[in-house]
Design a protein around this ligand. Sequence first.
Ligand SMILES: [Zn+2]
Length: 269
Amino acid sequence: MNDEGQQSLLDFFAPTPGVHHAPPAPTRPAIPASKPTPAAGGVVFERSPRAESYRLTLRRDGTAVAIIPRRGSEREALRFVEQNRDWLERARARQSKRPKAAEIWTVGTHVLWRGQMTEVRVAATLDPFAGLGQAPRPKVCLAADVFRVAALEGDLRPTLEAHFARKAKVELPARTWELAAVTGVEVKLVSVRNQRSRWGSCSDNGTISLNWRLVQTPEFVRDYIIYHELMHLLEMNHSDRFWARVEEVCPAWRDAELWIKRNGALVGL
Ligand SMILES: [Zn+2]
């Protein structure tokens, strides 16, 4: 099996829900969850009562995690890590080559917008309503969307991100209400926020919080995150039952998880 295959298989069997959502702590865990133990060689050990075998994954933050199954030992895990050292090296190399977002946005920079890497271009500034002698107000466009900026020079990122967040505050709740109606899930409140490490979250009082950066992702990713949180209002955990519900309403969830894993860094997540 090539390493990409192994990676995909791991994605398939071990979606990393913590990436976009911190699940509420189980009220009565069958087996007390162990704290991650740092191990030699930059690998963290985690015991999982649900794991059937040893697994090694590389998280997007660069942390390698060795999962120890129910009846496993740290010593065995260490051996497992040694056996898969080559895979880990390759996975790390591949990760370092993944696309990264530009830090500073200027005209000509490509930024992720509505699922596409889109060039920031200068928009026509002809404004028939501007008075004579008034300086034209500069605007830039990303595909079909036009945004006003204070000046074309300098870092456009703060201004553009503020525009994105404003659009998100309108679009994301609207889409959530739509999908809530489709799935028949009762939602009390949708809030759009500036989370640094999550795509979405929800609380058992029926509130869904979404990251404004979802306006930057492809629609199927945005919809998956919304479905994911909607299904949490029915199933406040990441049990098999939860994933079965997700599967039913959003069969593309695995592709969306994969997209997030590969491209999340484009929006800093
Ligand atoms: Zn979740």
